[in-house]
Write a protein that binds this ligand. Structure first.
Ligand code: AP5
Ligand code: MG
Length: 199
């Protein structure tokens, strides 16, 4: 099994790259943002609860996220692995993910940290906001989301650095160039792992 986390601020390209990674490595793309937006669209109870947080650019409470994640992960438990997009976002979520995976003796293998300048993030999200249906792609909410990232999510970089899993990727280049860098990093990891397992 191969479990990858794609990590980075709003607008860094997590969703764009996750789709490509999932296709190339035959992984399940698990985006908590997409799962939540789907709940809102379907008008479920959870959807009604989370809409407020999304529209404010705030994080949705951990217990709701873990429930969504658990349901989706269980559906695909026999898959070749997952690409986690937009999750974990807090230390509590990261610890819960480790516990959930430990039970099955399957670790998070690598964490791709996509680095993009703040001006570029804002430009991309405002650009997308012109025709996206996302209620949080408005300038004031975009700033809020970036601040929430800095305060609550950025500390995870040290969490995964300590675990020796963090790989930083320059996300400022074109989509295909960023993808190429990601593939080089993932392929190197897979080949090292194969050598270690054969020893
Ligand atoms: P979520 O859906 O995860 O949104 P986000 O992290 O704020 O980031 P985005 O999805 O906007 O950006 P992205 O990094 O995926 O970039 P993308 O590929 O789209 O979360 C939304 C909300 O849900 C949160 O605010 C929170 O309320 C809640 N939530 C979700 N998960 C949660 C969790 N775990 N815990 C608590 N709450 C949670 O690209 C952005 C744009 O840039 C696109 O237009 C794209 O075409 C373009 N682009 C991409 N790459 C490039 C490139 N290399 N060059 C130029 N343009 C590019
Ligand atoms: Mg996304």
């Amino acid at each position: 099994m191969l479990n990858i986390i794609i990590f980075g601020p709003p607008g860094s390209g997590k969703g764009t790259q996750s789709k490509r990674i999932a296709e190339k490595y035959d992984l399940i793309h698990l985006s908590t943002g997409d799962l939540l937006r789907e709940e809102v669209k379907r008008g479920t109870n959870i959807g009604k609860q989370v809409q407020y947080y999304i529209d404010q650019g705030e994080l949705v409470p951990d217990f709701i996220i873990m429930k969504e994640l658990y349901i989706k992960a269980t559906e695909h438990i026999n898959s070749r692995g997952f690409i986690f997009d937009g999750f974990p976002r807090t230390i509590v979520q990261a610890e819960m993910l480790d516990k959930m995976l430990e039970k099955r003796e399957i670790p998070v293998n690598i964490v791709l940290n996509i680095i993009v300048d703040e001006d570029e993030l804002i430009k991309r999200m405002i650009g997308r906001g012109v025709d996206s249906e996302r209620s949080d792609d408005q300038e004031d909410i975009i700033h809020k989301r970036i601040n929430v990232y800095k305060q609550q999510t950025y500390p995870l970089i040290n969490f995964y650095k300590h675990q020796g899993k963090l790989i930083s990727i320059d996300g400022m280049e074109r989509v295909d160039k960023v993808f190429k860098k990601i593939c080089t990093a993932v392929d190197a990891y897979i080949s090292d792992k194969t050598i270690m397992e054969s020893m």
